[in-house]
Design a protein around this ligand. Structure first.
Ligand SMILES: Cc1cc2nc3c(=O)[nH]c(=O)nc-3n(C[C@H](O)[C@H](O)[C@H](O)COP(=O)(O)OP(=O)(O)OC[C@H]3O[C@@H](n4cnc5c(N)ncnc54)[C@H](O)[C@@H]3O)c2cc1C
Length: 393
């Protein structure tokens, strides 16, 4: 049998959340193993844009500063200073401007692969962090004060804490017997990179259509990344259109706010579901990111919530270590769960509320949402609160 390698923490899943947690813990002197099944290709053609693009909040930016990747990603980060949200079936319109808060921007648009590459580079330089990639966790076994993890190639790793950062179909969650409540939105998100007639003006745009929200996110090269959520049948119809037909449909759905849509790259369709785990922790085990919550992408909060989990769990472990407490013990881990569960659930419910409110064709609801948007737009204190929450501040 292979000799067991020993760590403080084993993180199953090296997506953005798992890698960020590893970077912060590694910098604080923890011995960390990260297991990632997928071998990423960081050799992308110049001028290409990843289809996975995120609106990164100011709170996530501060985690990236602490993780040591912000200098590496900043050149590719497109700041958005304004946000415009409006309703397709009425006159509701709201405009957020970072200048009203005295802030330089509301957040940044960043490609997933740019963040991932910077994180991999940082953890590679941390002596306490070992990245096993490609490596898939195969089995877990709690053995008294340690968790044992067996990799598919037979290697054995031991740690005081196992973290499941392995995404929405989390194997760690399944191993712990933690139930996840899943509901299918019956929608797909269609993502693509497009060129528009008029400049995006460093603004994140979102139009609520009866079939689902359509977002245009401003990219550093002047193009936009779109996320068009639609009922599955409609999404399939849009996928089947040729490029010219799709650009025309997109321009119309977007109210031609940026003129004509001139060009569209590859299109990708992703199923949307809402999911939350009933518990985030068990003895010697914690879940972070999509492993414990999946939200509708309409406000671009998914990875940002996961990064808040990573920050909170890292703080919890640092405090436990300072007090010489066992980092894998349930009372310690419950502190993390208490701190994050409420915020994640509240965000999920707000996203759901928006989805249903804006998806409704019922006249009083249409009237209420138009009035609501216009009232909020005219009430700076409320608007500023919403802006701060959206920035993760
Ligand atoms: C269309 C769309 C648009 C979105 N836009 C935004 C946005 O603008 N802003 C935002 O904040 N969020 C957005 N999200 C949400 C965001 O994509 C997710 O919340 C985020 O990717 C979750 O990160 P994660 O690290 O928790 O999980 P993942 O990204 O799923 O990473 C999990 C990793 O674990 C690995 N893994 C799984 N099982 C194993 C195993 N057994 N052993 C080893 N490795 C394993 C996988 O290979 C994977 O790399 C969007 C989502 C969608 C669908």
């Amino acid at each position: 049998m292979a000799a067991k390698k020993d760590f403080d923490v084993v993180i199953a899943g090296g997506g953005l959340v798992g890698l960020s947690l590893a970077a912060v813990l590694g910098k604080a002197g923890f011995r960390v193993a990260v297991l990632e099944a997928r071998q990423a290709d960081f050799d992308w053609p110049q001028g290409s844009i990843d289809l996975r693009v995120y609106a990164i909040t100011r709170a996530s930016q501060s985690l990236f500063v602490d993780a040591g990747i912000w200098p590496a990603v900043q050149a590719n980060a497109a700041p958005f200073r304004e946000m415009r949200v409006w309703d397709a079936s009425g006159s509701g319109d709201i405009h957020f401007d970072s200048a009203e808060l005295g802030e330089p921007c509301l957040g940044h648009i960043l490609e997933s692969r740019v963040i991932e590459k910077a994180l991999v580079d940082v953890v590679a330089d941390l002596p306490g962090v070992s990245l096993f990639c490609p490596a898939r966790a195969k089995a877990f076994d709690e053995q008294g004060e340690r968790q044992q993890v067996e990799l598919q190639d037979g290697q054995l790793l031991g740690a005081r804490l196992l973290v499941g950062a392995d995404g929405k179909d989390s194997m760690v969650r399944g191993y712990a017997g933690i139930h996840a409540r899943v509901s299918d939105y019956g929608q797909q998100a269609l993502v693509a990179v497009v060129a528009t007639q008029y400049p995006h003006a460093e603004t994140a745009w979102q139009r609520f259509l009866p079939t689902g929200p359509l977002a245009f996110l401003p990219l550093a090269d002047g193009r936009c990344s779109i996320v068009w959520s639609a009922d599955s049948g409609e999404a399939r119809r849009l996928m089947e259109l040729d490029d010219a037909g799709f650009c025309a449909a997109l321009g119309e759905a977007f109210d031609h706010r940026l003129g004509e849509v001139l060009e569209c790259g590859e299109r990708l369709m992703l199923p949307l579901r809402r999911q939350y785990a009933e518990r985030y922790v068990a003895p010697r085990l914690a879940l972070v990111g999509d492993a414990c919550h999946v939200v509708h992408p309409l406000a671009g909060q998914g990875v940002n919530l996961g990064l808040k989990d990573a920050r909170e769990l890292a703080d919890t472990l640092l405090q436990a270590r300072a007090k010489e407490r066992d980092i894998g013990s349930l009372p310690v881990l419950r502190r993390y769960e208490r701190a994050r569960k409420g915020d994640n659930l509240a965000t999920m419910l707000v996203m759901d509320g928006f989805k249903h409110l804006f998806g409704s064709r019922v006249a009083p609801l249409r009237w209420a949402r138009n009035l609501g948007l216009n009232l909020v737009d005219a009430a700076p204190p409320v608007k500023n609160q919403i802006m701060r929450a959206a920035m993760g501040l």
